[in-house]
Write a protein that binds this ligand. Sequence first.
Ligand code: PHE
Ligand code: NA
Length: 459
Amino acid sequence: VPAVGTSTVKRGFWSSRMAFILAATGSAVGLGNIWKFPYITGENGGGAFVLVYLLCIAIIGIPIMMAEVLIGRRGGHSPINSMRTLARNAKLTPRWVWLAGMGVFASFVILSFYSVIGGWATSYVLTAASGQLSGQSADAIGAMFSGLLGDPVRLLIWHSLFMGLTMLVVARGLRGGLERSVTILMPALFILLLIMVGYASTTGHFGEAARFLFQPDFSRLTTQGVLIALGHAFFTLSLGIGVMMAYGSYLQQDISIARTSVTVSVLDTVVALLAGMAIFPIVFANGLEPGSGPGLIFQTLPLAFAQMPWGSVFGTVFFVLLVFAAWTSAISLLEPIVEWLEELDGMNRVTSTLLAGGLCWLLGIASILSLNAWSGFTPLAMFPLFEGKTIFDLLDYLTANVLLPLGGLTVAVFAGWFLKRAMLEEELALPQPWFGLWYSVLRYISPVAVAIVFVYNLV
Ligand code: PHE
Ligand code: NA
């Protein structure tokens, strides 16, 4: 991948369709699938929530991912300059560029807490490798996790390590090597998840978990749950923020945007569902609480590693792969901020990485303190929607459920209503009826669905 910032020249391309899929999957598959999906599913009652989430992926996520990749490829620049070029070509106001600016802001906020959770995962590599998990009871494992959350210094060390690793790659532009390693590590993560699902099926609570995940009980679904499912569809596919736009700008002209977007979305969804099938049998077998929140995977998977043969080995490998998956996502969050600084100020890459990463790291400290010293500090508690939410909860909630859907909505409106149909047809090169289907979904269904969910949650 060539240096960015020289945005007036036509840039290099991904070497193949595969390279794009790897980079986009590296961004998509991360903590969102393995950490966040199971815990929000547990908190929102299971099956009905999962169904809404799957619908959101299919009718909102995939069409918007296609639009983002299309805008990126057609614009051929970083998100901000792609939006500027396309708006200019279509004789629209340059204000559309604000959309990309909002994406940079959202990336910044997400990365700040993403790195804290990445730090938890990194610390569990050590916990598993040192054999501390073997033979432990559910209570002991729960206590280990609470011990970590209660210790701001340890959290800060792991957060710093994770952020440092992310900055290192971005500063040195090592993306190429990283994409190649995705070819090995993603399939490895997939296999390990299958092994975990296999282990989970021996707990005797597999059926219960499958019913929990796939048998919709709509009485347990709230309007807020629908918003969370929608927000998570954006979060998990890395949408609404410009990441897919940036990656699309490297995509060769003869590669199908539709096929690649569907591939990435399916891979991402499969990883999330496997994580759910690995975790919930353990939850039920040990009488744990599905709705116990962000700690869910750190209280359940270690329990499996404590009990299964070769648990320390599997545990170590699993957490290494989880850290790797989180790392490729974190890199995709930091990259656009750094590119933006480079373009804005002509700052060099190392300086902009230090600045952007340093500020994210600093904001991350607020999330760390939310887990201990500030755990009682709920700044927006006067609004019923935000009751009991700490700074960490708020940053997570507001980015995933407000900023990303708003970003996605704007992309849908921009592509569906403001860009020329002929241009879209040319870029997607889809046979009928597929083009017409995508076009109507993007114009009517996706924006209206997002708007309805928003309005319902406000009133
Ligand atoms: N999709 C990533 C995950 O599921 C998170 C992410 C969101 C990455 C937005 C980039 C942009 O973990
Ligand atoms: Na994801």
